[in-house]
Write a protein that binds this ligand. Structure first.
Ligand SMILES: Nc1ncnc2c1ncn2[C@@H]1O[C@H](COP(=O)(O)OP(=O)(O)OP(=O)(O)O)[C@@H](O)[C@H]1O
Ligand SMILES: [Mg+2]
Length: 415
């Protein structure tokens, strides 16, 4: 039988510890090996029980969860920490990752979501050891210096959404193919390292993935044009694809520098680099957001998705000079949607740039490995709105490109 994932639950509140235990009691592959009431106790319990994953509360007496995470990173680097917060703790997110946490989950959380986060953390242990050329995340995180872009070059557009399944990949693929239809050279980069499915959407697979290039990209000088060419996959539409591994087992963590170097490199080769992202708040997402000049934020007109989008937008903290950076797209809109676009714009304090209807052809397109925008426009209702998103992306750069190219925005953390 496969090894069970050993978990240590750290929380000063007994009923919270029990609640977390109950959340996981039906997960066959997960075993709770122990509990601790504060950070200091957690450190000795980790030594004693050697858990794979620690679920760490933040505010605790004696030693808080952030400090304990930092200590564990040095003393037990094979043990991965997921910081579990209540909503008000969102501002700790940065400290948690800096301290070396592999994930940050906010309560309320479902059993399935928690189990998935645990599996991702566990898979990241399996993917180790990290090659020596790649600094460990905790070292890479705080002091990363991102290279400044050099002109003339293309543009990086990130496609984001906090909730799974809102349509990020659908948007990324269709924007990429739509740009190709408009005569642009475009690549879609799948940064969803563990569950990426751009390759599935386009039914194209190659031997290589973003992981191969990421190793090389830890030193930008090593990025050989020929090697990059051989890793990129061509789709019949003309769009190129940089795929994620087919299975989480083939994946491994990538440093922020590698992501930045890779995207900046592709930007010099393509008019547009479209970055499909995951919902995991890690340094890959952080780096993708930082280098993106525009962010297509996808949400659906449902309360859970809107709540998460509000959190995402507040974390993005796009300041006044960059307020056009976000292109808010409402996906899966249908007649039964009770919440109107106006209400959503009010709630999110941001205009809705496009509305994509719920379209049965979306699934059909995936099954055929085709982008929606290549189907018959008379039959497929989502094509026009999708093309309007493509146009918004183009307008952002192609209208006033001269001035914009010269004005280099200061880079900053996205939260
Ligand atoms: N407008 C739409 N109408 C109908 N189905 C849609 C629409 N947009 C997306 N879908 C379908 O919803 C599912 C989820 O979409 P998609 O994979 O693009 O979301 P995602 O945000 O990338 O998900 P994940 O978080 O898993 O990466 C897919 O099966 C897709 O075909
Ligand atoms: Mg996706």
């Amino acid at each position: 039988m496969a090894e069970k994932i050993k978990i240590l639950i750290v929380d000063d509140n007994e009923s919270t510890r029990e609640g977390t235990q109950r959340l996981l009691e039906y997960e066959d592959n997960i075993e709770i090996v122990g509990f601790a009431e504060n950070g200091l106790e957690a450190i000795s319990r980790v030594e004693e029980y050697q858990p794979h994953v620690v679920l760490m509360d933040i505010n605790m007496p004696v030693m808080n969860g952030i400090e304990a995470t930092q200590r564990l990173q040095q003393e037990a680097p094979r043990t991965k920490v997921i910081v579990v917060s209540v909503q008000d703790d969102a501002h700790y997110l940065k400290q948690a990752f800096r301290a070396g946490a592999v994930d940050f989950v906010a309560k309320p959380i479902t059993s399935a979501e928690l189990a998935q986060a645990i599996e991702r953390a566990y898979n990241s242990i399996q993917a180790e050891p990290t090659p020596p050329s790649m600094p460990a995340p905790s070292q890479a995180w705080p002091g990363v210096q991102y290279p400044a872009p050099s002109a003339p070059e293309g543009h990086i557009v990130g496609v984001l959404g906090f909730k799974g399944g809102v349509g990020k990949t659908t948007l990324a693929v269709n924007i990429g193919v739509g740009l190709v239809q408009a005569g642009k050279k475009a690549v879609v980069v799948d940064t969803n390292l563990y569950f990426g499915d751009v390759g599935v959407f386009l039914n194209t697979h190659g031997q290589h993935t973003i992981i191969d290039l990421a190793h090389m990209a830890s030193d930008p000088e090593q990025l050989e044009p020929q090697a990059v060419q051989s890793v990129l996959i061509s789709h019949e539409s003309g769009v190129k694809l940089l795929a994620a591994p087919k299975s989480p087992r083939e994946s491994e963590p990538i440093s922020a520098e590698s992501v930045v170097n890779l995207l900046e490199y592709l930007k010099r080769e393509f008019d547009y680099v479209i970055v499909d992202t995951s919902t995991t708040l890690d340094e890959v997402l952080d780096a993708s957001i930082q280098v993106s000049e525009r962010l297509v934020v996808v949400t659906t007109p449902t309360m859970p998705a809107l709540k998460d989008t509000k959190i995402l937008l507040s974390l993005l903290d796009v300041d006044a000079t960059e307020k056009d950076k976000v292109i808010l797209v409402l996906n899966q809109v249908d007649k039964s949607s009770r919440i109107t676009a106006d209400q959503i714009a009010n709630y999110l304090k941001r205009p809705v740039a496009a509305q994509i209807p719920t379209d049965p052809s979306a699934v059909e397109a995936v099954n055929q490995g085709m982008a929606l925008v290549t189907l018959d426009q008379r039959r497929v209702s989502s094509i026009r709105p999708l093309l309007s998103v493509v146009q918004l992306v183009r307008d952002a750069f192609e209208k006033e490109s001269e001035e914009a190219a010269e004005q280099e925005a200061p880079r900053k953390r996205w939260w």
